[in-house]
Design a protein around this ligand. Structure first.
Ligand SMILES: O=C(O)CCC(=O)C(=O)O
Ligand SMILES: [Fe+2]
Length: 353
């Protein structure tokens, strides 16, 4: 990608090949259908639960959200159809150094090759113009689609819009949890958010391979944007690092898995933490997931919010421009360019700052 960040400052255990099982679980929150288009207003109790999950884990699952399961099912089926296309067709829309969007099977996370395939597409500023029109070339590049797969494009575009709607609602609930008006942070996103949808396909490794050595579909990383809304199928693999252990995010049919990203950590002055996570390559079965990375406008400058600063929590970061951060990050995901930029470089106590 990736919208990912590095594991600087994390203990060696976070990089070990061992998986620890634990009885504590990523929080599961009932949203009371408030993500349905005509659903009820989110309650203060929901915003409290989400705030606590963001403070304690930076990860949670949202059930009973109210988004029609048909969207999720259509997306899942279309993703399966895409990844089963012949490789030469997929390679026709392969991403390149100057265009972060399209198909890829050579992603590096922290300069280590991931065991997976993926497909990215994102915000198109002028939907009425062709994808490759100069006006639709963004900092991330422009969308490219596999030839002759109009249904795939239509289903994914519809799904993207639905995830954007869900993300705006989540943003509002998070603001409520911080004691802000629900729309207090809209200006970071509205009209020009640079979100993108990623489809992930993890081919199975043999049970024998998995036993010999832990194989990772995605290496440990943090997501760089504001938040991520992910759906996974019924094959476990996603793990979050919490309290010095890796915890599997157990698949729950139809649930959204939400995690905090770097920009949210900067805005909240470390009150909400972007958690380290990874994917264990599935043994014996393939696995699919679809993260929607809810990203601010390129021009958005991030400074910690006044409501998150006090004498015990002084301002932790220098101003960080999202477009600048994002483009530096993509260079590191596409090719091994040495140490990647990360939010720690913007920490006011960072001597290199
Ligand atoms: O596949 C998953 O469950 C997680 C994917 C992920 O973390 C990512 O694409 O950044
Ligand atoms: Fe991620």
């Amino acid at each position: 990608m990736c919208a990912t960040d590095s594991a600087v400052g994390q203990s060696a255990a976070a990089h070990s090949n061992t998986t620890t099982t634990s009885s504590i679980q990523v929080p599961v929150i009932d949203a009371g259908s408030c993500f349905a288009p005509d659903g009820p207003q989110p309650s203060a109790e929901l915003s409290r639960q989400i705030r606590e999950a963001c403070e304690q884990w930076g990860f949670f699952q949202l059930i009973n959200h109210g988004v029609s399961p048909a969207y999720l099912q259509r997306q899942h089926e279309a993703s399966g159809t895409f990844f089963s296309l012949p490789l030469d067709l997929k390679l026709q829309c392969k991403r390149s150094a100057d265009n972060a969007r399209g198909y890829f099977n050579d992603e590096l996370t922290k300069q280590v090759l991931d065991l997976k395939e993926g497909f990215d597409f994102g915000h198109k500023p002028h939907p009425e113009l062709p994808d490759d029109h100069p006006h639709n070339r963004t900092l991330d590049g422009c969308n490219r689609w596999p030839g002759g797969q109009d249904d795939f494009k239509a289903i994914m575009t519809e799904y993207y819009e639905e995830m954007a709607r869900v993300s705006f609602r989540l943003l509002e609930i998070m603001c409520m949890g911080l004691g802000l008006p629900p729309t207090a942070l809209h200006h970071f996103f509205q009209g020009a958010h640079t979100s993108f949808l990623r489809l992930n396909y993890y081919p199975p490794v043999s049970a024998q391979q998995a036993q010999q050595q832990l194989k990772l579909g995605i290496n440990p990383h943090k997501d760089a944007g504001f938040l991520t809304v992910l759906v996974q199928d019924d094959v476990p693999g996603l793990q979050v690092y919490h309290d010095r252990q890796w915890h599997t995010v157990q698949p729950i049919p139809g649930a959204f898995v939400i995690n905090v990203g770097d920009m949210c950590q900067v805005l909240t002055n470390d009150k909400f933490n972007a958690p380290l996570h990874r994917v264990v390559a599935p043994a014996g079965r393939e696995r699919y997931s679809a993260p929607f990375f809810f990203n601010p406008a390129y021009a958005a400058n991030h400074e910690s919010l006044e409501c998150c600063i006090d004498t015990d929590h002084p301002r932790a970061y220098r101003t960080l421009n999202w477009g600048d951060f994002r483009s530096k990050r993509f260079q590191g995901d596409y090719a091994d360019v040495g140490e990647e930029v990360q939010i720690e470089h913007y920490r006011l106590s960072d001597p290199s700052g």
